[in-house]
Design a protein around this ligand. Structure first.
Ligand SMILES: [Zn+2]
Length: 291
């Protein structure tokens, strides 16, 4: 099979693409995410039709917990879903086979196959957006965990008795190193400003906050590297658009915190390459492989 459809199902929009074997998106279409699961299934079937891909395999990367058989969305707070058998519902509507995956896992798979992690067997993708998410590829295989929910990096407890997190814990990594943490740090000092504009204008307070986010990012990456030993850490998400202003302090702190850093190979920290299309590309490739 050459072409496959990748679907990126998020809380606000559904993006779909027709993807070929080298990860190139040939055509794309999108819709707003409707309010019910039934309407989402309609929308996905409509997108597959719109792309002219009725018999192609379909991979769906969904923002939520996916069961270990990868047929059901167990819990998706952004969609308001609990236990929806999405793969089978879509399968009943389209001609080709349907594969379901967590959206961050799909993006990690795409970066490992076609993006910043291409050519290495073991990498992690850490997505720094409002929160922190990501996925794990070890020894060439996607790591999903015993319950299908591995790679929830944002909730690694990094600071003992630290800042409260909506997940119910305290001191989670994303309370220190995410886009949300950056916005809070800037606005605490500058008021209700546009954070990206303040950074672009070279505002020293905003730049210092970004540097601080990068430092916390590196600290968490050292914890992840101590456990998973990736060759490459790919950093994606909106905040990485700040480039070296984020990644340089992250690399410095990573090296400072890594156990025995001067007596071991040190993982490379790279910016993601595929951008927002990663979820589509990864889901399509997983569908093409039948998992
Ligand atoms: Zn948390």
């Amino acid at each position: 099979v050459s072409l496959a459809v990748g679907v990126d199902l998020g809380g606000t929009k559904i993006a779909a693409g027709l993807v070929d074997t080298d990860g190139t998106v040939r055509a794309q279409a999108r819709r707003e995410t409707p309010g019910t699961a039934e309407a989402v299934v309609d929308a996905i079937a409509g997108l597959v039709r719109e792309l002219g891909a009725h018999d192609a395999p379909v991979g769906i990367g969904a923002a939520g917990f996916v069961d270990e058989a990868r047929r059901r969305v167990l819990f998706a707070p952004n969609l308001g879903w609990t236990d929806v058998p999405l793969a089978d519902l879509v399968s009943a509507r389209v001609g080709g086979p349907v594969v379901l995956e967590n959206d961050a896992n799909a993006a990690a798979w795409a970066e490992s196959r076609f993006g910043a992690g291409a050519g290495v067997a073991s990498m992690v993708l850490v997505t720094v957006g409002t929160g922190i998410g990501g996925g794990i590829v070890l020894d060439g295989a996607l790591v999903r965990g015993g319950f299908g929910i591995a790679g929830e990096f944002g909730h690694v407890p990094l600071v003992h008795d630290g800042r409260p997190c909506p997940c119910g814990q305290q001191g989670c990594w994303e309370q220190y190193a995410s886009g949300g943490a950056l916005t809070r740090a800037v606005r605490e000092q500058l008021g209700d400003v546009d954070v990206a504009a303040a950074i672009a204008a070279g505002n020293p307070v905003a730049l210092e906050a970004l540097d601080g986010i990068g430092t916390w990012l590196g600290a968490g990456l050292a914890a992840i590297a101590a456990v998973l030993d990736p060759q490459v850490v790919v950093v994606g998400g909106g905040v990485v658009e700040n480039g070296e202003q984020l990644l340089a302090p992250a690399r410095a702190e990573f090296r400072r915190r890594l156990p025995a850093a001067d007596r071991r190979p040190v993982a490379e920290i790279r910016a993601a390459r595929l951008g927002p299309a990663a979820g589509i590309v990864g889901a399509a490739d997983l569908a093409r492989r039948g998992a």
